[in-house]
Write a new protein. Structure first.
Length: 206
């Protein structure tokens, strides 16, 4: 495996460094982190490991406000989407297939990036982890998988009902799971993480 960095200027005044891990594959998996949940934290880390085990290349995105070590201002969400698109386009033409894996805020950004690419006829499968209310409209237009926790305050019952009606999305609930898909017991949380890895494997085996 080869690790390279895609370094680009950002609106926030610092350079973003997207990590690109190459296996020489024709398939790319792009990771969209959460607002304060990096690609090195458990849900995304093990999704990345699963993607690599299934012989995919991976691109781990960093948002401009994260590289600048500042807080997110949602007024600049369009800018984040544009910068993510620019980063992905640096390498995407080298791949025959592209998958997205996203967490929380990342589910909104991944949905919007897919929406931009659909106009170009590019098909993307998505794995949405802990989607939020604002990402549900994008989930309804996507194919792939979504995983949420039943005790997650970031998604409403109404959104969950709508999400379960998505025609091309396989939806999984983690009973009592929080926004981190954890529960009160450490041992039970680790068991859930192992079950999530099985779902990751299922997603990447498609």
């Amino acid at each position: 495996m080869n690790l390279n960095y895609i370094t680009l200027p950002s609106f926030w005044g610092s350079e973003v460094r997207h990590r690109h891990i190459s296996n020489g594959s024709t398939s790319l998996v792009v990771f969209f982190p959460g607002q304060n949940y990096s690609c090195d934290l458990p849900l995304l880390y093990y999704a990345k490991q699963s993607a690599l085990e299934h012989q995919n290349d991976v691109l781990l995105l960093e948002y401009g406000y994260q590289s600048a070590r500042t807080e997110l201002d949602f007024h600049y969400l369009d800018t984040i989407v544009e910068e993510c698109l620019l980063g992905i386009r640096q390498i995407s033409e080298s791949y025959q297939t592209v998958h997205f894996v996203s967490k929380s805020l990342g589910t909104i950004i991944a949905g919007r990036v897919e929406e931009s690419w659909k106009a170009e006829g590019i098909t993307i499968r998505q794995l949405f982890l802990t989607p939020v209310d604002k990402s549900v409209p994008y989930l309804l237009q996507s194919s792939g998988m979504a995983i949420y926790g039943t005790n997650d305050p970031m998604i409403s019952e109404e959104s969950i009902d709508i999400m379960h009606g998505a025609a091309k999305l396989k939806v999984h609930a983690v009973p009592e799971g929080t926004h981190a898909l954890e529960v009160s017991s450490v041992h039970h949380s680790l068991k859930i993480l192992a079950e999530l890895v099985e779902l990751y494997d299922e997603f990447f085996n498609k």
